[in-house]
Design a binder for this molecule. Structure first.
Ligand code: NI
Length: 137
C-alpha cells in the first residue's frame, strides 16, 4: 500500500512570558521584546499535526482524523488551551515557553500516542507570520 501523510489542524490560545531567569531584566527585555512582558500576554496558536503511514485497505484512511483530533485534544490541547504556559502546563515546567520549546514538548506528549501511522511533523504557528516545525530529530 502507498504511504501517505495526513494532517489535522487544531487551534488554541494560551498566555506566556518568554523569560530566562538566569539573565538580567535588561537582557531579557532586549532578547525577547514584547514576549518578555512581566504581566503575560497571549497568542492564538495554530497546530498542524501530520501522521505518515500506509493507507488502510479497508477504510481508505491512514488514520481516522476524528480519532486523531480527539487524541491531540486529550494529550495536548485540553492542557494548554486558555492556560498559561509558564504556570499551568505540567509538561512545560521549567522550560522557557518559546515556540521552539513548546513544539518539542508537544511532540514528546503526542508521539507515543499516535497509531496507526507515526507522527511525522508538527507545525506550530504563534502568529500569522511566525511558525516553527519539528519532525522529531
Ligand atoms: Ni509571545
Amino acid at each position: 500500500m502507498p504511504d501517505v501523510t495526513v494532517t489535522r489542524r487544531l487551534q488554541f490560545n494560551a498566555a506566556h512570558r518568554v523569560h530566562n531567569p538566569a539573565l538580567s531584566d535588561e537582557e531579557n527585555s532586549r532578547l525577547f521584546g514584547k514576549c518578555n512582558n512581566p504581566n503575560w500576554h497571549g497568542h492564538n496558536y495554530t497546530l498542524d499535526v501530520s501522521v505518515h503511514g500506509p493507507v488502510d485497505q479497508r477504510t481508505g484512511y491512514v488514520v481516522d482524523l476524528a480519532v486523531l483530533k480527539r487524541v491531540v485534544e486529550e494529550r495536548v490541547v485540553d492542557k494548554i488551551d486558555h492556560r498559561n504556559f509558564n504556570l499551568d502546563v505540567d509538561f512545560m515546567r521549567g522550560v522557557i515557553p518559546t515556540s521552539e520549546n513548546i513544539i518539542v514538548a508537544i511532540w514528546r506528549e503526542l508521539a507515543p500516542a499516535i497509531q496507526p501511522g507515526r507522527l511525522a511533523r508538527l507545525v506550530l504557528w504563534e502568529t500569522p507570520n511566525n511558525y516553527v516545525e519539528y519532525t522529531g530529530e
